[in-house]
Design a protein around this ligand. Structure first.
Ligand code: SF4
Length: 438
């Protein structure tokens, strides 16, 4: 097999085109911007029904949907951009463990080989060593990019359900997203921080409804839960049905893989080596990951003061009541975060979003009925494969959950409407008063 891996990621990229999979709207764009800052011609991939169809045509048909979706979006972009394979790098992280994610890059390499593309490269950093293959400077920037994606998404989800002027939140967020992308491309992290703070301030003062809505936590497989195309925009659907969504962040996976190193070192290595490994992970987490996370939450405090994440050890402790941590992978995070959404964050329901036939998704959806009884909150397990309308399952649950809030929302809406019509007629009156006759 002619698989070439870009194991060491360091600039400059010699003008090669690196394509970033379309996993999450902000993350994809910010990751591409970081790679541009170190000399790559980095482009974020997009997806739609046609790219998914292309992916399905080139894969076996039994893969979980992120696999054909990422492959199809790459093939479509190469066709559209007319980039020769030997100039292309496909960014496809990998992982060990029981689920299929570790095989995506392998399958992509086989597809490229079948096409006779000898020079195409796959950049495959791995979670196994907490992405140590990426050089430190780039790793730091990518970590910032991931955190800021989580923050921008949370800013959107925290404010959009309450906006009075339809579209004002999306419009504001998109303007700042473009500026933040430019700041990442320029490698200017100070500017990124300034823009995050400005975005939060501006969103906090947009006209908004005050009547509360039921909070719905969204957990599950990281790709599908984060990807509005594949999950049929589940968070927006929750908003349309009268709720507010809180999506588990992408950063959770990074904190998990880092914490896992500590747990494994504790279990597998005794003596000085084990101690040093644990000390290193502890320092890295406390001094780096946690510090940067805290910084961005402080910058976005005007909106996100009540939307902080819990320490990863708490998530694992909750999930660990149902699965041992040695059962590595996403399942324990899905279970633990769902429990914390209800117990600590006041969520009235949880949506568990997984690709069809997802291995951790199948495990969690078999455990959730028992947890649902403990938590006394509905947990909706939705499986997605790019077809049908899986979010229809939310309609009856959201109808029941939103009911107690409707009277107050309607009263406030009437007040806002009569206030704006009074303003309009006052403006008209003053125009008539000051306009010259004839
Ligand atoms: S977590 Fe699920 S969807 Fe993701 S690779 Fe594993 S089995 Fe597939």
């Amino acid at each position: 097999m002619s698989r070439l891996e870009e194991k060491k990621i360091s600039g400059p990229g010699d003008g090669r085109v690196i394509y970033i999979p379309p996993m999450e709207p902000w993350g994809t764009r910010f990751f591409a911007a970081v790679f541009r800052s170190i000399g790559y011609d980095a482009r974020s991939l997009t997806e739609d029904a046609s790219t998914l169809a292309l992916g399905l045509k080139n894969t076996g048909g039994g893969e979980c949907v992120p696999c054909p979706s990422t492959t199809g979006s790459l093939l479509a972009a190469m066709e559209r951009d007319q980039v020769p394979p030997e100039r292309v790098i496909f960014f496809m992280p990998t992982a060990c463990g029981p689920c299929r994610f570790g095989q995506y890059a392998q399958l992509d390499a086989m597809i490229f080989e079948r096409k006779g593309w000898k020079g195409i490269r796959i950049m495959s950093p791995t979670a196994e060593n907490a992405y140590e293959g990426i050089d430190t400077g780039t790793r730091i920037k990518l970590y910032h990019a991931m955190m800021v994606s989580d923050i921008m998404r949370k800013l959107t989800h925290r404010t959009r359900p309450y906006e009075i002027d339809k579209g004002s939140v999306d419009f504001t967020v998109e303007n700042y997203t473009r500026d933040i992308e430019a700041a990442f491309s320029a490698g200017n992290l100070d500017e990124v921080g300034i823009l995050v703070e400005a975005a939060s301030r501006e969103l906090a003062v947009l006209p908004k409804f005050k009547a509360p809505r039921p909070l719905v936590g969204v957990v599950g497989e990281i790709y599908v839960r984060s990807d509005p195309f594949l999950n049929h925009d589940v968070c927006r659907r929750i908003e349309e049905l009268g709720g507010e969504a809180w999506l588990a962040p992408m950063g959770e996976w990074l904190f998990y893989t880092s914490h896992l190193q500590t747990l494994l070192a504790k279990e597998q290595r005794s003596g000085l080596r084990g101690l040093l490994r644990r000390a290193r992970t502890w320092l890295e987490t406390r001094l780096f990951f946690n510090r940067i996370e805290r910084m961005y939450y402080e910058l976005a405090a005007d909106v996100l003061h009540d939307r902080h994440e819990h320490p990863i050890k708490d998530v694992i402790a909750e999930g660990g009541k149902f699965l041992p941590w040695q059962f590595e992978g996403e399942a324990i995070l899905t279970l633990g975060r769902a429990a914390l959404f209800v117990k600590r964050d006041g969520a009235k329901a949880v949506v568990n979003a997984s690709p069809m036939f997802c291995m951790p998704g199948t495990v969690t959806s078999s455990i959730f009925p028992a947890m649902e009884k403990d938590l006394k909150a509905p947990i909706i397990c939705n499986f997605y494969d790019g077809s049908g309308n899986p979010n229809q399952s939310l309609v009856p649950v959201m109808h029941y959950l939103a009911e107690p809030y409707r009277a107050e929302q309607a009263r406030e809406r009437r007040e806002v409407e009569s206030h704006s019509s009074r303003l309009v007629s006052r403006k008209l009156d003053s125009r008539l008063l000051y306009s010259s006759p004839g």
